[in-house]
Design a protein around this ligand. Structure first.
Ligand code: F3S
Length: 111
């Protein structure tokens, strides 16, 4: 786990991070995007690309956003998206689901 996407992406999904990611490890869900914890190479280019400052290195996460480490990881599990580690977000395309905790989160514009 290197970088994680947090609340600022919810219902925004700007997409700039996807365009600059050199390893195509940022996957799209229904309301937000998720960084694959094993495919991310920790380059950090996406951090400055995001207009809502939604992306953090995991060790720099504010305590209030700490649960997003699990949210990013668990999105790929069999009981959520079932994607596993496909190796390319572009190949699998947008997913219709989200991590169950995202459904409980307010849109970032409401925060
Ligand atoms: Fe979301 Fe920011 Fe990427 S809003 S899609 S994490 S550029």
């Amino acid at each position: 786990m290197a970088h994680v996407i947090t609340t600022g992406c919810i219902d925004v999904k700007d997409g700039a991070c996807v365009q600059c990611c050199p390893v195509d490890c940022i996957y799209e869900g229904a309301r937000t995007l998720y960084i694959h914890p094993d495919e991310c190479i920790d380059c950090g280019i996406c951090v400055s690309a995001c207009p809502t400052q939604a992306i953090y290195e995991v060790f720099r996460l504010p305590p209030a956003l700490a649960h997003y480490t699990a949210i990013n990881r668990e999105f790929f599990a069999p009981e959520v998206s079932g994607l596993g580690s496909p190796g390319s977000a572009q190949d699998v395309g947008p997913q219709a689901c989200d991590h169950p905790r995202i459904a409980q989160e307010l849109p970032s514009a409401a925060l």
